[in-house]
Design a protein around this ligand. Structure first.
Ligand SMILES: [Zn+2]
Length: 278
């Protein structure tokens, strides 16, 4: 038994509160993931997000009952098929929900309850939607990125402990570097190496990470891109048209993933790196 049972109890209560917050954050992440799925689908088809308000099967138009719309569980219960037309439901739906739940939990563990958690949760949602639209269509929608960039620059000094100058400099440096790489690549190779959308995306990501995490962001996104596409990069060789360097790969999703990692573990990685260098 501890010597001071009062102190022990308050410590136990605090642990309970932390646990409850993490569970609630994960559930919130799963539910938000469901909403992101709607945004991704309607972003790809051009339908309005608000209208119609009820979710339906994209194949047969069957309106989903509430129990067919529970994050992750419904997809598992229906074994990945629509109840009405038995057509397979894309694995993207449970994947987005699981990812959103995992990111919400990781943010809850990192920041605890507060504005930092809420703001990063909201922006991770925007990044999730952008990443999956880019994966499916090789296009990043311009206006969500521009509005997101303005909001990110405003939120950085207010809620994220990133000075306004730092946020603006990160946006400018990130987008400027990518613009330069894009220009040089086109100049040297004669075709597009980096999409215009990726340049705009850096305006949004810079204020969320600050200048100090830009090197991590760019390095990690490159490594993730190579790791995820290694089978494809190794498979193709021979004639020029089929050469892997000419096969388009969306870069946006890896930038978004690297930005979330920079927020979660960027400080630790930077601390470790500076420790090794010293
Ligand atoms: Zn259906």
């Amino acid at each position: 038994m501890p010597e001071n049972p009062g102190a022990f109890n308050s410590k136990a209560a605090r642990m309970d509160e932390t646990l409850v917050f993490r569970i609630l954050a994960t559930v919130l992440g799963l539910v938000l993931g469901s909403f992101y799925n709607v945004c991704i689908h309607r972003g790809l088809t051009g339908e309005s997000i608000a209208n119609p308000p009820r979710s339906k099967c994209p194949k047969c138009g069957h309106f989903l009952a509430w129990w067919e719309n529970v994050p992750l569980l419904s997809w598992l219960a229906l074994r990945g098929r629509c109840r009405s037309c038995r057509q397979p439901i894309s694995a993207r739906y449970p994947l987005v929900e699981a990812l959103s739940g995992a990111v919400a939990l990781a943010l809850a563990v990192k920041f605890g309850p507060g504005m930092k958690f809420a703001v990063y949760l909201a922006f991770s949602g925007l990044l999730t939607v952008l990443a999956f639209i880019d994966l499916a269509s090789f296009m990043l929608p311009l206006w969500p990125m521009i509005i997101g960039a303005a909001l990110a620059a405003a939120c950085a000094p207010l809620f994220l402990d990133i000075a306004l100058m730092d946020a603006l400099l990160a946006a400018g440096l990130g987008a400027g570097t990518f613009w330069l790489v894009r220009w040089a690549y086109r100049r040297l190779r004669g075709f597009e190496g980096l999409g215009e959308g990726d340049v705009w995306l850096m305006l949004l990501l810079g204020p969320l990470t600050g200048v100090r995490h830009l090197p991590f962001l760019i390095l990690a996104s490159g490594l993730l891109l190579i790791a995820f596409n290694l089978p494809m990069l190794l498979r193709t060789r021979g004639d020029d048209e089929a050469h892997p360097m000419r096969t388009p790969i969306p870069y946006g999703p890896f930038l978004c993933l690297a930005a979330v990692l920079a927020v979660l573990v960027g400080d630790e990685v930077l601390g470790w790196y500076l420790g090794v260098m010293r």
